[in-house]
Design a binder for this molecule. Structure first.
Ligand SMILES: Nc1ncnc2c1ncn2[C@@H]1O[C@H](COP(=O)(O)OP(=O)(O)O)[C@@H](O)[C@H]1O
Ligand SMILES: [Mg+2]
Length: 289
């Protein structure tokens, strides 16, 4: 099913995904940036024909912006209009806290029935939020209902398919993990990454793809501040294609390093003989393979 969406993964990730769907448990995916955690949620939604609802986490994210907010600006306009036309204050009060003024945020959206079945709820990069929000999520994932004091309780007719991701900039609390099935998404092996590259950038020649992957894999073994993910491999291949490159050379690598390394210290490390050494290494490995 995932391969049908050009998502290439090993048996263990496929199995845990299958189980999460089968048992209706949230799936917690942890791993380095650019290893395909966000992408798998998109692939699952597309494959099942479900709507994808994404809650992008950030520092300071609170329940209000994750569940719902009242549209204050629109409420103010309504009040002013009522004052001007002399509409009764009574009717205004009930109307002001009605669905018309409710802004539904991702968690509430995910509890609404959708055509085609329960949506896929992606709670992305949860490690960026704080512990109080985690605790709140734990509760929300427990019963899939929210209570809005002015409107009452809204309960999901069918629980959404939940996928949480973390880049592990901090540890996520045990209690939340315990609710989920867990998988560590590692960098792919050489064979798998070549397959991903072929699926995502089919116009790249096989020889170049293999060189690109072999080089990036070696690069990940270096002591870098930020190691390149699969996203960077794909980006780099596209850059090389745009430059009509057919084979890697130290010069080409130096000219295009910005596609795979995003920190000046890392780029500086790779300048000079270092890139050539890695490339020679990669080519040697490809010859003997
Ligand atoms: N297993 C995979 N199969 C296909 N494409 C992948 C895979 N892993 C990563 N990618 C590609 O890498 C990009 C970045 O992956 P993403 O899911 O955003 O990483 P993460 O969320 O783990 O940081 C995706 O847009 C996709 O093109
Ligand atoms: Mg992501």
């Amino acid at each position: 099913m995932l391969a049908g969406q050009n998502y290439i993964c090993g048996r263990s990730l496929a199995t845990v995904t299958f189980l999460a769907l089968k048992l209706g448990r949230p799936l917690f995916l942890e791993g380095e940036a650019g290893t395909g955690k966000t992408e798998i949620a998109k692939a699952i939604a597309a494959a099942l024909g479900r709507r994808l609802i994404r809650l992008q986490c950030y520092e300071g994210l609170d329940a209000a912006s994750a569940v719902y907010e009242w549209n204050f600006a629109a409420q103010m306009v309504a009040i002013r209009a009522a004052e001007a036309t002399g509409t009764g204050a009574e009717s205004l009060r009930t109307d002001l806290f009605g669905p018309e003024y409710l802004i539904e945020r991702p968690l509430l959206q995910a509890m609404r029935p959708q055509d085609g079945g329960a949506p896929v709820l992606l709670i992305d990069e949860i490690d960026r939020t704080d512990e109080p929000f985690e605790a709140f999520l734990l509760e929300a994932l427990g019963d899939f209902q929210v209570t809005i004091p002015e409107l009452g309780t809204i309960k999901a007719p069918e629980p959404p398919i939940v996928i949480l991701t973390s880049n592990r900039t901090r540890e996520v609390h045990d209690a939340l993990k315990r609710r989920c099935l867990y998988h560590w998404v590692d960098y792919p092996t050489f064979a798998r990454e070549t397959e991903i590259l072929q699926a995502r950038v089919p116009e790249a020649a096989a020889g170049l793809s293999r060189e690109v992957v072999a080089f990036v894999q070696r690069l990940r073994g270096e002591d870098l501040f930020k190691r390149p993910g699969v996203a960077e491999t794909i980006d780099w291949a596209k850059c090389l294609l745009a430059l009509d490159v057919i084979a890697l050379s130290p010069e080409v690598i130096a000219d295009t390093l910005g596609a795979i390394l995003k920190y000046q210290d890392d780029i500086a490390r790779l300048q000079g003989s270092e890139a050539k050494r890695l490339l020679d290494d990669a080519k040697k490995a490809l010859e003997t393979a």
